[in-house]
Write a protein that binds this ligand. Structure first.
Ligand code: G16
Length: 543
């Protein structure tokens, strides 16, 4: 029954920041999915008879790839596949299911916040037994294998009925279709004070949650409306659609502008939130107050003890390098470990497993904790609600009080998307070449370069190193310019410019962010010549 099918390698199956993301049309090439899956299985050892979790965000091509993955898992010797009903599992829920059922690993089928549909993006990511994205040691092996692969294994079996909860079989392998929401919801109930949040809603607190026609809809309806008692209609765009209803499921101020505008009006709700395609990112907006992801990380870390799951405090905090240093100040005050890692949730895994950090976060709208090994959009929303319920203050009041204690890190990211890859690479090389000469130089009245380097990470747990993780130019006053190329884009290169300026606790906290960062924007342009090289007059996206 097991078939070995001949194939020829593709040269472009190098996993990026988070798995292999490509246009759907690339994935639709004959054997493209099969090659990549076989390259993953060939890079793993010891899964004979073990369980593989499979889930996705419901985007176009999920159904096809899932059936292929099930047949190949059976042919490669897995004992069992657990798959979410209709192929659905949010990324954090998949991470939880892997951990909860002690699976060998899992396949997460998603391109996250990238658009879906026949002309959109698709992705496959392998997660290891701790529930987190495979570390570079594995993703490098997968890429190496993909370059020489000459056959894959599958079985001749009909499709599984993904709609039917319960057990079926493919060859000798058991396939269990599970409800995607149940286990995750139970986990959230162990972490947060659902009674306090319920009382908050019962007292008239209003919220709008935008599931962006993506995976969090079923989870959000269940948790916010059914369990916590928020009125029906609190969750909008709550039905997952293969094309995300032709939307762009990225919870930022560009794609959630209507929500932002609503929250800035007196008639708007008290709280607005959104999550992305696969449910791991979050957007938090209070009435009259957008909370930047970097600030959100710092605030959640500073207040986590107000939620039952973190009552005893947190062991440490980790943030990706481009994320602002706001969380560092919290860690310093709490006297706990602080880690700066490269971009990519996979780099937090070792620190979480070793118990050295409890809360992690990134400027790219991801926050999470040691409850799973992925960032978790709904977790962040629930922790915010828990904090608001206990402190009995608005989001705006909580944010201002935080700045008054720790100071404010003004922060923005300017993205230049779909830039010619060669031009972007040259730009980075040229800035890199300037770095040694920058230290000690003064720019304008108060910007003196304290350090300038290409970030290299030394993992304190397993001793591995990851070089060339982004250019950092730091100034003596705590300001920073960071430049790096995205590892999640699917066309050309995306240049990200991250800008940060620190204003002390007794300083000015009410400036417009773009205004506050104007000198640094100008300096980044002066050093990198972005406009002239790319021909762009302005960034594609400002977050
Ligand atoms: C992924 C990674 C994150 C990263 C983000 C952006 O998130 O898990 O760690 O911050 O991509 O990466 P880049 O700047 O390389 O595009 P997601 O939500 O896309 O899975």
């Amino acid at each position: 029954m097991i078939q070995t099918v001949k194939t020829t390698p593709f040269s472009d199956q190098k996993p990026g920041t988070s798995g292999l993301r490509k246009r759907v049309t690339v994935y639709q090439q004959p054997n493209y999915v099969e090659n990549y899956l076989q390259a993953i299985f060939d890079s793993l050892e010891g899964f004979e008879g073990q369980t593989l979790v499979i889930g996705g965000d419901g985007r176009f091509y999920n159904d096809v790839a899932i059936q292929t993955a099930i047949r190949m898992a059976a042919a490669n010797g897995f004992g069992k596949v657990m798959v979410g009903q209709n192929g659905l599992l949010s990324t954090p829920a998949a991470s939880h299911v892997i951990r909860h059922y002690q699976a060998f690993g899992g396949l997460v089928l998603s391109a996250s916040h990238n658009p879906g549909g026949p002309d959109g993006d698709f992705g496959i990511k392998y997660n290891i037994g701790n529930g987190g994205p495979a570390p570079e040691k594995i993703t490098d092996a997968v890429y190496d294998r993909s370059k020489v692969i000459d056959s894959y294994k599958t079985v001749d079996a009909p499709d599984i009925d993904l709609g039917a909860i319960g057990t079926q079989s493919v060859g000798d392998m058991v396939v269990e279709v599970i409800d995607p929401v149940t286990d995750y919801t139970a986990l959230m109930q162990t972490l947060f004070d659902f009674g306090a949040i319920k009382a908050l809603f019962a007292g008239g607190f209003t919220m709008t949650f935008d599931a962006m026609n993506a995976i969090t809809g079923p989870y959000a309806h269940k948790i916010f409306e059914d369990i916590l008692g928020a009125p029906k209609g609190t969750v909008v765009n709550g039905t997952p659609s293969p094309t995300f209803n032709n939307g762009h499921p990225d919870p930022n101020l560009v794609y959630c502008k209507d929500m932002f505008d609503l929250l800035m009006t007196p008639e708007g709700p008290d709280f607005g939130a959104a999550s992305d395609g696969d449910g791991d990112r979050n957007l938090i907006i209070g009435k009259n107050r957008f909370v930047t992801p970097s600030d959100s990380l710092a605030l959640l870390a500073a207040n986590a003890h107000l939620a039952p799951g973190y009552r005893d405090g947190i062991a440490g905090i980790a943030r990706s390098m481009p994320t602002s240093a706001a969380a560092d100040r919290v860690a310093e005050k709490l006297g706990i470990e602080m880690h700066e890692t490269p971009t990519g949730w996979k780099f937090f895994g070792n620190l979480l497993d070793a118990g050295r950090v409890t809360i992690c976060g990134e400027e790219s709208a991801g926050t999470g904790s040691d409850h799973v090994r992925e960032k978790d959009g709904l977790w962040a929303v629930l922790l915010w609600l828990n904090i608001v319920a206990v402190r009995k203050q608005s989001v705006d009041e909580i944010v201002r009080a935080h700045w008054a204690t720790y100071g404010r890190n003004y922060y923005t990211r300017h993205d230049y998307e779909e830039v010619d890859a060669a031009i972007a690479g040259q730009l980075m090389d040229d800035v890199r070449a300037k770095l040694p000469g920058l230290v000690g130089q003064n720019f304008g009245e108060d910007l003196q370069v304290a350090y300038a380097d290409d970030f290299k990470y030394h993992d304190p747990v397993d001793g591995s190193t990851s070089a060339k993780q982004g250019i950092r130019i730091g100034f003596t006053d705590g300001s920073r310019i960071v430049l790096r190329l995205s590892g999640t884009g699917t066309v050309g290169a995306t240049l990200r410019v991250y800008l940060e300026r620190y204003e002390a606790a007794d300083g000015r906290h009410d400036l417009d962010t773009q205004y506050a960062l104007e000198p640094l924007v100008g300096l980044a342009e002066q050093l990198a010549g972005i406009k002239q090289r790319t021909g762009r007059r302005e960034p594609s996206v400002i977050t």
